[in-house]
Design a protein around this ligand. Sequence first.
Ligand SMILES: [Zn+2]
Length: 108
Amino acid sequence: MKRDRKNIALSSREKAALERIKRSYDRRRERRSDWGDFLIKALPFALVALGIYHEVKMRRGQSMVICPACEREFAVAVPASMPEELVVSCPHCEAELVIGVTDEEYSD
Ligand SMILES: [Zn+2]
């Protein structure tokens, strides 16, 4: 998906949070990633953790999601080769959403 790069101003508290997220990401993957790799692969979820993006879970094959920010439903165009996550903005309120695709039942 082609997107314009956004400048997101981070406070020092948010930068520290991002460092923590990167450390736990590296631990899960059992290797150190460089920041470029981390930002490409994990930034959407880091922004979720910082409260900048909202996360939406979606079952594979589903095309309608409910925006957690405005609670309105909208359709998502799903690429043929579905990645693990999609970053979209809500057409109603323009909230940035990360859609995590799962094969499993919802769980919290
Ligand atoms: Zn919305």
